[in-house]
Design a binder for this molecule. Structure first.
Ligand SMILES: Cc1cc2nc3c(=O)[nH]c(=O)nc-3n(C[C@H](O)[C@H](O)[C@H](O)COP(=O)(O)O)c2cc1C
Length: 338
């Protein structure tokens, strides 16, 4: 009998879409999802995704070239819509014959999707509501990713299970990948049983042996409990705070104090609304890089999902994959499914 026969069968559609052996995406993580990690993921049969973060076209071209030198398998490129170099980044992906572009940080318009398609690339995007998901499919998106609020990094307000019922179960015919809080094979298999074509995991790969994240960063994540991975509290609507899930540290405490200070300054007419918002925005600039590259776990941003509480060991990508697939296969066997 072929290894992972049942779960392989359930992953068929997702694998076809991704051009991979397993319908599992390694979610892009800025400063972490670089050539080495991404190529290792794709070589292991899953689908790696490069994070372009705040890169410009030249930097992205170098990273893609390096990744392509390490793997012949498909991998995607994650592009943040707010990046001022967006058009260059799309051109670079097209010229480098990338198979899939994953757009994040907003809702793409039809022209952008058409441009990506004109290069022969597939385009995925996140969808926060049923109406947006339907619109994206009408515009020609190839797949959507539903990412619940328990995920790491920038998140929406709705949990994975609610998104499944609000969106996925109402758009049966379209391909949906699910992200946020997924680690065990039983949960992965359950997502496929519900109709997902695959899943995207992030936090567990930040802690993988092949992840270039600083030792301090990995240790902080491996030590953390699920309840430690929080989104910041917003003190006043006038000063919006981006919901970014990360482990609480001195930086998050100081951020609360900063909000209070800015609010006080605003009420005393010492700063304008715009100045106050800018000061707040600047607080976290460079914080993920400080944590990931310099190991500053006190004031850097320790982005991670709530699943961090279940990730207890630094494992290799192949170990993570084989554990997940074995758990999924055993779950299907035990429950006499397929
Ligand atoms: C450290 C970190 C950085 C991330 N950076 C990005 C990013 O640059 N772009 C993006 O679309 N998602 C980003 N994410 C989200 C992941 O790609 C993925 O969707 C998420 O981690 C999945 O949820 P999980 O952490 O519960 O597995 C990031 C997540 C983490 C933990």
């Amino acid at each position: 009998m072929k290894k992972y026969e049942k779960i392989r069968k359930m992953m068929e559609r997702g694998c076809q879409i991704l051009g991979s052996d397993y319908a599992i995406l390694g979610g892009a993580m800025t400063w972490i999802s670089e050539a080495n990690l991404v190529s290792t993921m794709s070589n292991a049969g899953m689908f790696g995704v490069l994070a372009s973060g705040a890169m410009d076209g030249d930097l992205l071209k170098n990273e893609i070239t390096l990744t392509q030198s390490k793997t012949k398998r498909n991998f995607g490129v994650n592009i943040i819509l707010m990046n001022p170099k967006l058009p260059d980044l799309i051109d670079v992906c097209g010229e480098k014959k990338i198979s899939h572009v994953i757009l994040a940080g907003g809702i793409p318009d039809k022209d952008l999707m058409d441009k990506i398609h004109s290069y022969g690339m597939q385009v995925f995007s996140f969808a926060p509501s049923l109406s947006i998901a339907k619109r994206l499919f009408r515009y020609g998106i190839d797949a959507i990713i539903l990412e619940g609020s328990e995920a790491g990094g920038h998140v929406g307000p709705i949990s994975t299970t609610v998104l499944l019922q609000d969106i996925m179960l109402n758009i049966n015919e379209y391909p949906v990948f699910v992200a946020g809080g997924i680690l065990r094979g039983e949960i992965f298999a359950s997502m496929l049983l519900l109709g997902a074509v695959g899943c995207q995991l992030g936090t567990v790969f930040a802690c993988a042996k092949e992840s270039i994240a600083h030792e301090n960063f990995k240790k902080a994540l491996l030590r953390a409990n699920a309840k430690d991975a929080v989104t910041p509290v917003q003190l006043d609507k006038k000063f919006p705070v981006a919901p970014v899930r990360a482990i609480e540290n001195l930086g998050t405490t100081e951020f609360m104090a900063k909000q209070k200070e800015i609010l006080r300054q605003f009420e005393n007419h010492e700063v304008s609304l715009e100045e106050g918002r800018l000061l707040l925005e600047h607080f976290w600039v460079g914080a993920l890089r400080r944590a990931v590259q310099n190991g500053d776990v006190e004031r850097g941003s320790l982005m991670s999902g709530q699943i961090v509480g279940v990730v207890k060991e630094e494992k290799s990508i192949s170990e993570i994959m084989s554990t997940l697939l074995t758990e999924a296969e055993n779950f299907l066997d035990k429950n006499k499914i397929c």
